[in-house]
Design a protein around this ligand. Structure first.
Ligand code: TYM
Length: 354
């Protein structure tokens, strides 16, 4: 998908613009530590880029985080850290809505209803559950299994029309669409929930581990060398790129050649995304050159682009009062949107008014 933020010409918005409406975005990030380059290039950077065209809600999904064990003290600090990352990446906390999921109880209320709409067969197909539960599935929390229904509620409690995410969330968004369609059918409420569109764009929708180009870069990888954290300083970034896995050949000559070499392909995609250029262009520029030269240039680029964001995150994290105020204000505004939609859902389902 090409860049989705193209103002009036944005094809994703045509049907809403025709009705005089703005599209509404919701997206979320889990406060589970080690916010990394994949989270930034796949999602958070796009959050800032989309804010001109859409009304945006960006949520730190703490309810999702506890589907796996969390240290309560760290959870609070990490929730602030993600909010700081949204702000540092350029999201305007006054114009847009930044909030913590647990402070808007309507998410959990709608999630229960969606637990009753979604089918067990649908949940059984979710690859993220299979990956996270691993071999010991019997011992996974019920919350981890129901996770995608809560994610659908995060989106649909605001009737969001678009959701910017990395490639790995595609299946969850397909489930969100299935839940919306089934709810609308089951309750004879055509068009009650929108059939939300994913926005997956940029040159790095799936950033891979620096230690293994066939594995996704992830917050939970035991090796810190597998990822660049948004709070890494210039030295750490340089060291991680220097140690990033490559093969003994010179840089790929063509895009086809790059595709067959996952470690090289990943670094080329990261370079392209950071430089805001097409990957094929970058392949052409470095074709046949030594990895060491490429890595030196990639380091320079990464430090130039990520350094200011990391520094701003550090500054904001020293000012938790400010971050908390942004989150509090965001929660109030989010509740003002979610409350009336939940009232309509309750009425549609047949719940009595208190
Ligand atoms: P989470 O917290 O794992 O990741 C946050 C965002 O970062 C993207 N991402 C990546 N993009 C490219 N390369 C990678 N290696 C990479 N790793 C992560 C994710 O796709 C995501 O966009 N289930 C979601 C959180 C969530 C949510 C929502 C998202 C909860 N409710 C509602 C959108 C809408 C998750 O676990 O993201």
């Amino acid at each position: 998908m090409s860049d989705a933020s193209t103002g009036a010409a944005n094809p994703h918005l045509a049907q809403y613009a025709a009705k005089g409406l703005k599209g509404r975005i919701l997206s979320g990030v889990q406060p589970t530590g080690n916010l990394h380059l994949g989270n930034y290039l796949g999602a958070i950077r796009n959050f800032a880029r989309l804010q001109g065209d859409y009304e945006c809600l960006y949520c730190v999904v703490d309810l999702h985080a506890i589907t796996q064990p969390q240290d309560p003290k760290q959870l609070a600090a990490q929730t602030r850290e993600i909010a700081a990352a949204f702000l540092a990446a350029g999201v305007d906390g006054q114009k847009q809505i930044i909030f913590a999921q647990s402070t808007v109880p309507e998410h959990a209320q709608l999630a229960w209803i969606f637990n009753c709409v979604a089918r067990v067969g649908w949940m059984n197909r979710m690859t993220q559950f299979k990956e996270k539960a691993g071999k010991d599935r019997e011992n996974a929390s019920l919350g981890l299994y129901a996770y995608p229904a809560l994610m659908a509620a995060d989106i649909l409690i605001y009737k969001a029309t678009h959701v910017p995410v990395g490639e790995d969330q595609k299946q969850h968004l397909e489930l969100t669409r299935d839940i919306a369609i089934k709810f609308n059918n089951d309750f004879a409420a055509p068009d009650f929930f929108p059939v939300t569109e994913p926005l997956i764009f940029g040159a790095a929708t799936r950033v891979m581990s620096l230690r293994d180009g066939t594995k996704k870069m992830s917050k939970s990888d035991a090796s810190d060398y597998s990822r660049i954290n948004l709070t890494d300083d210039a030295d750490a970034i340089a060291q991680k790129i220097r140690r990033a896995k490559t093969d003994p050949l010179p840089m790929p000559e063509t895009p086809d050649d790059a595709e067959k070499r996952p470690d090289a392909d990943n670094l080329l995609g990261i370079y392209a995304a950071l430089a805001d250029r097409e990957k094929d262009d970058i392949v052409g520029e470095f074709a046949g050159r030594q990895f060491s030269e490429f890595k030196a240039e990639l380091t320079e680029l990464a430090v130039a682009k990520l350094g200011p964001i990391g520094a701003e995150m550090q500054r904001l994290m020293k000012d938790p009062g400010h971050v908390d105020a942004v989150l509090r204000d965001g929660a109030q505004r989010a509740r003002a949107l979610a409350g009336p939609i939940l009232d309509d859902v309750y009425k549609t389902v047949g719940f009595l008014k208190p």
